[in-house]
Ligand binder design. Structure first.
Ligand code: ZN
Length: 287
């Protein structure tokens, strides 16, 4: 099954629903970043939620989420656009802790305390930034807190990643349910009940359930209207041209020292680990 996301509305438009299955996307990120299990879970949850937030954007808009905690991972960074493309990395991928008391990967310990920030790039320097403290480090709860405090649309956010003992990603996915202003108290109670009763998301996906099946666990089918289905994939927008532009931004003195000391440069993209070899002549052309 390829990764995809569905958009739906529920309860006569009082709730907007986004559900994604992201197993391949998260596995691609794990392979590229060589993340160990706890790091894979943290990065995977963040990639999933960021991809869903990206799907709420329009046109060429994009967003970047950064979870900057003081735990072993360092920063967890993800960015996504309205086309379903997402990429991300953690500063320290080789992080793996024993399972927590609930038998789950101890993401909270790997993230630590700090801040979650979201930057939306909506073209023409129209940046929107929101920032909240990390409340639990479990990532889904942190994004739930973010949505209530920075976006003014209360949302329930969930994401899960199942990692095999030999490290590969078996299943990943997540959801965001947005409660529109003026929604009935009854609807909010129904959502709270169904979220509390939701099976563990990553295991539910492992059993072969798709995004529609997850959605039906959250919302009764007769209250649901599915609007759109779109693919989600790991895709990095880096290129040699962009790398050269970044090097140019370092300034002439830095470029001259690269030429003198290394006769070129080797640049690695943080997001996808692609290595770009920059020739001496290409550096000279920047001066
Ligand atoms: Zn890249």
């Amino acid at each position: 099954m390829s990764d995809y996301l569905i958009k739906a509305t529920a309860y006569d438009g009082m709730v907007r629903c986004y559900v994604a299955v992201t197993t391949n996307t998260v596995e691609e990120a794990r392979k590229r970043q060589d993340t160990w299990p706890t790091a894979s879970a943290a990065l995977g949850r963040s990639l999933t939620i960021t991809a869903i937030m990206g799907a709420m954007l329009k046109g060429d808009d994009s967003l970047t989420t950064t979870i900057a905690g003081d735990g072993a991972l360092g920063q967890v960074v993800a960015d996504a656009n309205a086309k379903g493309e997402v990429r991300g990395f953690v500063n320290h991928p080789h992080v793996d802790f024993p399972l927590n008391e609930q038998g789950k990967l101890d993401v909270s310990r790997a993230v630590g305390q700090g801040v979650l920030s979201v930057v939306k790039d909506q073209g023409l320097k129209d940046y929107f930034t929101g920032q909240v403290p990390i409340v639990s480090g479990e990532i889904s709860e942190d994004f739930t807190y973010y949505s209530a405090n920075s976006e003014q649309i209360p949302s329930a956010v969930g994401a899960g990643v199942l990692v095999a003992p030999e490290d590969h990603v078996i299943a990943a996915g997540g959801f965001i349910l947005q409660v529109m202003p003026g929604a009935d108290e009854f609807v909010i109670e129904q959502l709270e009940k169904s979220i509390a009763a939701l099976p563990q998301l990553s295991h539910f996906i492992e059993e072969g359930n798709d995004a529609e099946a997850i959605l039906k666990q959250l919302i009764p089918e007769d209250s649901l209207q599915i609007l759109e289905r779109m693919p989600i994939q790991f895709n990095c927008t880096c290129s040699k041209e962009r790398m050269l532009l970044a090097i140019k931004g370092l300034g002439a003195a830095e470029i001259e020292s690269m030429i003198k000391e290394d006769q070129g440069a080797e640049v690695t993209c943080h997001f996808c680990n692609e290595v770009y070899n920059i020739e001496e002549t290409e550096l000279q052309a920047l001066l």
